[in-house]
Design a protein around this ligand. Structure first.
Ligand code: PLP
Length: 353
């Protein structure tokens, strides 16, 4: 691929590492390429970061044709930069594209885009443990017409944001409310695709939970409101009676790369992991009998997020005395250790740039 690079004439300062939030500041450049039916992807280019201009009838603004990914570039102790399982993100983005009738991007091209872009913006990869350069690739339908059909033109972009440690104030277990009204998605819907529409539809429940003092909701399935699916925008895992249980991928659950990595790490440590349907009744009975030992969410942003309290209806239950559990902590240490290059990567997950 021939990527045309136009560098900024006004380079910005790398912001102070202890003041980085999440997704608020961006690097100096952005990657763009266009798709036209019949012609395929064309004009891959890196240009100075800035606003883009869209036709008011652009498909994305009316019919929500949009997918995205989220991954991080990590600074190792030896100064080098690495990605974590980037091919997993690349393949998932193509699965999302297929579901939303948006054009896919050849895997090797996407890897080359990520690599070229991160190398160009290397100085924006922060150095302290827990911080990273968050990478956000996204594709949107961009036909300049209101007709409803699979798009004939699309735009792919990659932007990057130096981001602070998710746990700048330490790992504090969160309070979660089981949501029995709104659902995130349904089987047959778009749950397994990383698309903006899923987020738009799940914001209301999150806001309502926040008003009641909870950080997020635990989603139940859209058909029976019975089986546990995810927590907020993370996958969810439980330790019950020594065994790890996580909802199976039914199609309405996002197949998280952190989820997959947690499962592989847990199995390598000798834990029994079952991916199966897990009902809210089963969860409540494990909470009431004291058999629920740990619960945590997992995703790229937080790595793991321990759940300290769970509310169902008007009852509130404490998990592991409101403290982070042993397995949750172990997963955090191993995954962050591999990602920031502090421990040996015996799984062959990191991709050094
Ligand atoms: C991105 C995402 C996850 C986590 O996926 P990772 O690959 O682990 O970051 C989980 N659930 C939803 C809804 C997501 O969008």
């Amino acid at each position: 691929m021939e990527i045309k690079i136009t560098k900024t004439t006004t380079p910005s300062e790398m912001p102070a590492e202890d003041k980085l939030g999440f997704g608020k500041v961006f690097t100096d450049h952005m990657f763009i390429m266009d798709y036209t039916e019949g012609k395929g992807w064309h004009d891959p280019r890196i240009v100075p970061f800035g606003r883009i201009s869209l036709h008011p009838a652009s498909t994305v603004l009316h019919y929500g044709a949009e997918i995205f990914e989220g991954l991080k570039a990590y600074r190792r102790a030896d100064g080098g930069v690495q990605l974590f399982r980037p091919m997993e993100n690349i393949r998932r983005m193509n699965n999302s594209a297929e579901r939303m009738s948006l054009p896919e991007i050849p895997e090797q091209d996407m890897l080359e885009i990520l690599e070229t872009f991160v190398k160009l913006e290397e100085r924006f990869v922060p150095k302290s443990f827990g911080t990273s350069l968050y990478l956000r690739p996204f594709t949107f339908g961009n036909d300049e017409s209101l007709g409803v059909h699979a798009v004939k033109s699309a735009t792919f972009m990659l932007i990057a944001s130096p981001s602070g440690s998710y746990y700048a104030e330490g790992i504090n277990p969160v309070k979660i409310m089981i949501e029995s009204e709104d659902v995130r998605t349904v089987r047959g819907g778009t749950g397994y695709a990383k698309c903006g529409g899923n987020y738009a539809a799940s914001t209301r429940a999150g806001e309502r939970a926040a008003k009641k003092g909870y950080s997020q909701v635990l989603w139940l399935d859209g058909v029976e409101r019975k089986y546990i699916e995810e927590v907020g925008a993370m996958n969810v895992m439980f330790k019950i009676d020594g065994e790890i249980v996580t909802p199976m991928l039914t199609g309405s659950i996002l197949p998280g790369i952190t989820r997959k990595s947690c499962i592989e790490v847990l199995k390598s440590l000798g834990y029994k992991v079952s991916e199966r349907l897990f009902s809210v009744e089963e969860l409540v009975s494990a909470l009431e009998s004291g058999k629920l030992e740990e619960a945590w969410g997992c995703g790229t942003a937080a790595v793991v997020s321990p759940i300290g309290k769970l509310a169902y209806g008007d009852k509130e239950y404490e998990v592991n005395g409101g403290k982070i559990g042993e397995v949750t902590q172990k997963l955090y240490d191993i995954l962050t250790g591999i990602q920031w290059g502090k421990i040996e990567d015996k799984f062959n997950w990191v991709y050094k740039l």
